[in-house]
Design a protein around this ligand. Structure first.
Ligand SMILES: Cc1cc2nc3c(=O)[nH]c(=O)nc-3n(C[C@H](O)[C@H](O)[C@H](O)COP(=O)(O)OP(=O)(O)OC[C@H]3O[C@@H](n4cnc5c(N)ncnc54)[C@H](O)[C@@H]3O)c2cc1C
Ligand SMILES: O=C([O-])CC(=O)C(=O)O
Length: 352
């Protein structure tokens, strides 16, 4: 009897040791790590990353929940990703966690210099109250011919990432600060590797499709502004947030400069003040720069990689470009499903 009890205990604790490494501590890494740790108690999940909040690209994001079409992903899948994220952020915005997680509703408009061919994008029935702007509303923007008015959400990653980390630790997750130079380094200590390294995937997995797209934003003290305005070209936007108004932006491909460019600051202020003249009177609180993990479409798939005599399952979730916050919860659901598939294929002895 006494010899059997410890064996049962041992089997149980060993059953919990499918060791999963999630690499990356941006919004994609933490969302994915939370999903896995909460849904798969058989896994022990360790999140490893070189940089954590407040030093990730995700911390720089304006955090508007909005979408563009990715050319290589079926529209239905993109729709599911976007809806999953929208519903998730909506639920937090209406919970007592809203201020700690940094999530709020926000209403405003996206304006177009020329009317688009598709007046009803796939996300139009997911956001709230989508409608074309009236001529009266558009009078304010004499250089624009068309506009979409709607209510969406805004997620401020400088609050959301610490909130996700807390949730991850509560689910039993571990966190380690470390640069990973090659996935091979992890193959002895982990059974499954989940790659959420954003721009880092260019070198870590040699993906030449990934390219930096530099973005600069200014945080303004302008509490009287309550509605967002986005020019659909993505170069000019004003997003009121919880503590400040984010204005932007720039989209400089293959530009790796992480310092603030004063020329960009002047240009952003000028462009945004044309849309919202009171910004000329507002104080700049601070400025930041981030490198978007540009890619034609995000890579959310799994593969088996030969590492030192065995095939290690690797799940990828990176390359979200300018829309990583919006799609973080949705693509991490797919990453979770891919990890689940890996679990079914891992030889039994790895699980025991
Ligand atoms: C100015 C600007 C405004 C934006 N506004 C919005 C917006 O309004 N809405 C929206 O949806 N998106 C927005 N984005 C896009 C969004 O910020 C990105 O898509 C998102 O942050 C990508 O998240 P990520 O987790 O993949 O990358 P990151 O946040 O860059 O995280 C990558 C992580 O991987 C780690 N890492 C990389 N390589 C290694 C390695 N070799 N070893 C260990 N760790 C490694 C890093 O240290 C980091 O922890 C904006 C981006 C910018 C720059
Ligand atoms: O384009 C926007 O409105 C904000 C954003 O996602 C970015 O700058 O990448």
């Amino acid at each position: 009897m006494s010899s059997k009890a410890p064996r049962c205990g041992l089997t149980f604790s060993r059953m919990k040791t499918v060791r999963v490494a999630v690499v990356g501590a941006g919004v994609i890494g933490f969302s994915t790590a939370v999903r896995i740790a909460e849904a798969l108690p058989i896994c022990s999940v360790t999140l490893l990353a070189e940089k954590f909040s407040p030093d990730t690209t995700s911390d720089v994001a304006a955090g508007i929940v909005l979408a563009q079409e990715f050319p290589d992903i079926p529209l239905e899948r993109q729709r599911r990703w976007f809806k999953d994220g929208f519903d998730h952020f909506f639920a937090i915005a209406h919970s007592e966690d809203a201020p700690e997680a940094g999530i709020m509703m926000c209403s405003g408009c996206q304006i177009f210099r020329e009317a688009p061919a598709n007046m009803k994008p796939y996300w139009s029935d997911i956001v709230i109250g989508y409608r074309p702007m009236t001529d009266r509303e558009l009078k304010r923007f004499p250089n624009h011919k068309f506009g979409q008015a709607f209510t969406t959400l805004k997620c401020e990653c400088s609050s959301y990432l610490p909130w996700l980390e807390k949730r991850f630790r509560k689910a039993g997750g571990r966190v380690e600060q470390r640069r990973v130079n090659s996935l091979q380094e992890l193959s002895n200590d982990f059974d499954i590797i989940v790659n959420c390294t954003g721009l880092g995937s260019k070198t870590l997995v040699g993906d030449d499709q990934v390219q930096p797209i530099r973005g600069q934003v200014l945080k303004m003290d302008a509490p009287w502004l309550k509605h967002f305005i986005r020019d659909v070209d993505g170069m000019t936007y004003i997003y009121p947030g919880i503590h400040s108004v984010t204005i932007g932006g720039t989209r400089q491909v293959e530009d790796m400069r992480l310092h603030v460019d004063e020329g960009d600051s002047r240009s952003i202020l000028e462009r945004c003040s044309r849309l919202e003249p009171s910004l000329r009177k507002a104080k700049v609180l601070y400025q930041s720069v981030g490198l978007r993990p540009g890619r034609r479409s995000p890579r959310v798939e799994r593969e088996l990689v030969q590492m030192g005599g065995r095939q290690v399952p690797v799940v990828h979730n990176y390359g979200h470009g300018g829309w990583g916050v919006s799609f973080s919860w949705g693509t991490s659901m797919d990453a979770l499903e891919l990890v689940r598939q890996c679990l079914q294929e891992i030889p039994l002895q790895a699980k025991l």
